[in-house]
Write a protein of this length. Structure first.
Length: 424
């Protein structure tokens, strides 16, 4: 059959991303609709959880004279573990807010009328969930113990190198065991002191009080001590029976204070949150061998390193169907319902931990530790699977319809009360 084209012309067809992947535009649009509120929610949740810690860090910087570099390292060590915990929450918030906006603006209806099935709408959100899962695994397995360990080590380094700056004018410093320091004037950042009063009761049999016109105080990080050099003062020693007081005048006097009790006594023992996966397994084995060892906590921590990232794959199964449901309130509905699901998930974590601890001391009604760690994923995953099945088959979700009706009744009641009040 002769060709309809003129001689010399060849039939060509452009091959590009749109040809290979016709739904690229729709895929990117839905993913972006969920990614933007997800990013905002991530920073919101991180800031909410870190707000109290940040205030404490700022007070620490002002009172202790901590540098910007040390303070930044300390904040980073605290922020990384919180990032791993809040990423699943932010993902759920972004998906529900994004799909709720599409539903309230009737874009979901328009997509269905154009031949886009609900199953195809799941693709962009699940792809976003897969990326979040990979990031969350890295944060929980590697970043989580690094953050807690870094925060602890940085705090110890700050205490070693900045031990002297806690002294303030006309304020009694009682952080050292059995030693009280008072300075009338602190001209240069706590190192050059004037009008010193020091009460030293480390020797219970000979408590001594020291008065000095001037003094300098410096920390020795290597020896983990604070050295105080006093000038032009008087030493008063009271014996154990408090019957005799000795007075000794001096031109120069040196006093050494140990920092170990001050710093290390305020720090807890090494926490399972600081341990790697290998260290957690070894810790579980060591504590099981001990009659009174609490092996539940490290084993629960081991399973949570994987259970929390898996929430990035579980929570969207419940969030997408709820967001797709027809409703009129838009982002408000998605935001409120996502907070409910987040509360259910982390409430399940608390309940699972309580049930896991019953395994100690022969408690009854406890769950195996691995089951307690994965309990929230199982519960929310089951609910999400049911909702996803109903959505794909385009069946209405009765619970959502009931919540929407109750919400409509509440809005109508509020509107009537407002009209009645304005009429009076």
């Amino acid at each position: 059959m002769p060709s309809a084209l003129a001689p010399g012309h060849v039939r060509t067809r452009a091959v590009g991303l749109r040809t290979v992947w016709p739904g690229r535009v729709l895929f990117v649009a839905i993913a972006r609709e969920a990614a933007e509120p997800m990013a905002l929610g991530f920073f919101l949740f991180c800031f909410t959880f870190l707000a109290r810690q940040l205030l404490r860090m700022m007070e620490f910087a002002v009172n202790k004279g901590v540098g910007v570099g040390e303070l930044g390292k300390l904040v980073l060590g605290i922020a990384v573990p919180f990032a791993g915990l809040t990423l699943p929450m932010a993902l759920l918030l972004g998906i529900m807010v994004g799909f709720s906006r599409l539903s309230s603006d009737h874009e979901i209806v328009a997509m269905k009328a154009s031949g886009v099935s609900p199953a195809q709408m799941f693709g962009p959100a699940l792809a976003l969930a897969g990326v979040a899962w990979v990031i969350c695994v890295l944060l929980m397995v590697l970043g989580y113990p690094w953050g807690f360990r870094t925060a602890r080590e940085t705090f110890i380094d700050i205490a070693r190198t900045n031990a002297t700056v806690g002294i303030q004018e006309r304020v009694f410093l009682t952080e050292f065991d059995d030693v009280v320091i008072y300075a009338e004037k602190v001209p240069v950042r706590g190192q050059q002191l004037e009008g010193l009063l020091i009460y030293d009761a480390r020797d219970k049999t000979r408590a001594q009080t020291i008065f000095a016109r001037r003094g300098s105080i410096r920390s020795n990080p290597r020896a983990f001590t604070v050295e105080i050099e006093l000038e032009d003062g008087e030493l008063q020693i009271l014996d154990e029976g408090r019957s005799r007081l000795q007075r000794v005048h001096f031109q120069a006097y040196a006093l050494s204070l140990d920092l170990n009790a001050r710093v290390m006594g305020n720090l807890p023992t090494r926490d399972p949150k600081e341990m790697s996966l290998g260290e957690l397994r070894a810790e579980v084995a060591a504590r099981r061998a001990s009659p009174d060892g609490d092996w539940v906590r490290p084993l629960l921590e081991f399973h949570r390193r994987f259970a929390i990232p898996f929430a990035c794959l579980v929570l969207p199964l419940a969030g997408i169907p709820l967001g797709i449901q027809p409703q009129r309130t838009g982002r408000v509905w998605g935001f409120g319902l996502s907070l409910v699901l987040i509360g259910l998930y982390y409430g399940g974590m608390v309940a699972g931990e309580a049930l896991a601890k019953r395994n100690l001391a022969g408690g009854h009604g406890g769950l195996p530790v691995w089951m307690a760690a994965w309990l929230p994923n199982v519960l929310l995953g089951g609910i999400g699977a049911l909702l996803t099945w109903q959505t794909i088959r385009e069946r209405p979700v009765a619970a959502v319809r009931w919540l929407q009706d109750r919400g409509g009744d509440l809005r109508a009641l509020v509107a009537r009360l407002v009209l009645r009040r304005s009429a009076t």
